[in-house]
Design a protein around this ligand. Structure first.
Ligand SMILES: Nc1nc2c(ncn2[C@@H]2O[C@H](COP(=O)(O)OP(=O)(O)OP(=O)(O)O)[C@@H](O)[C@H]2O)c(=O)[nH]1
Ligand SMILES: [Mg+2]
Length: 227
């Protein structure tokens, strides 16, 4: 999905979806919890969408771009910044979960084991988890370590979708190639959403479309005439 918001001719349906997404993400957004163990996860209450991917791929930046709040999720030049499962509530209609990254070679073995164990336990055992957005750095494309995660998702029947990040770092031609390759990769997995979100948190590319996608998985807006 290179994003209907980039085209001039939106269908009425698309325009409505994007508007509903914009509204949800412009509303109330609150930090709920930072969990370091399965024992202190917040109780399951309503739909959740999680952001997974290699360390430094841009998970926290994407959460910030989606919510339009620059410092909601902590980002860093240093890989391995997010060490807990961070839960945010959106207007009591959806929760966003910023996950620690995987594949960070410099972290200590025991740290990696803790984050990975916790993240996997969360991904496998969370009935309220509607979808995992699996982030891929567009400059690197899908790596074997990402494929291992895809296999875990597929095996545990976790519904997931591919999100390419940092698209602003690529030229147009390179963008087209990486989108095509990612779409091909997604098509080989039954549990994967059949499309790819091409995004740049820095430039706002693909953000409106991703908001609409997540909003579609949320609780209906109790106050909306147009919900
Ligand atoms: N150019 C560009 N840089 C980005 C974009 N998104 C994130 N970055 C940069 O990538 C680096 C890592 O971003 P984070 O959002 O902290 O990445 P993360 O996946 O949360 O990292 P961990 O929590 O360590 O797993 C930061 O320096 C960001 O500024 C983007 O869309 N474009
Ligand atoms: Mg992070």
């Amino acid at each position: 999905m290179s994003g209907p918001e980039t085209g001039d001719h939106l269908s009425e349906d698309d325009a409505l979806r994007l508007e509903q997404g914009r509204k949800l993400f412009a509303g109330q957004c609150d930090f709920i919890a930072a969990s370091t163990s399965i024992a202190n996860l917040p109780p399951m209450d309503g739909p959740e969408v999680a952001f997974a991917g290699r360390s430094n791929v841009g998970k926290s930046s994407l959460v910030n771009a989606l919510t339009g709040r620059k410092t909601l999720a902590r980002t860093s030049q240093t890989p391995g910044r997010t060490k807990q499962l961070i839960f945010f509530d959106l207007a009591q209609r959806m929760r966003l979960v910023d996950l620690p990254g995987y594949g960070y070679a410099k972290a200590s073995k025991s740290d990696i084991k803790t984050w990975t164990g916790l993240t996997l336990a969360f991904l496998k055992g969370r009935q309220t988890l509607m979808r995992v957005m699996l982030l891929i750095d567009s400059r690197r494309g899908v790596l074997d370590v990402d494929r291992e995660i895809m296999k875990i998702f597929d095996d545990s029947a976790v519904s997931w979708a591919l999100v390419l990040t940092k698209m602003d770092k690529l030229k147009k031609q390179e963008q087209d190639a990486v989108i095509a390759a990612a779409e091909k990769e997604a098509a080989t997995h039954v549990a994967a959403w059949p499309g790819v979100f091409a995004t740049s948190s820095e430039k706002g590319l693909g953000i409106a479309e991703l908001r609409a996608h997540i909003t579609n998985l949320s609780r209906p807006n109790p106050n909306a005439m147009d919900a």
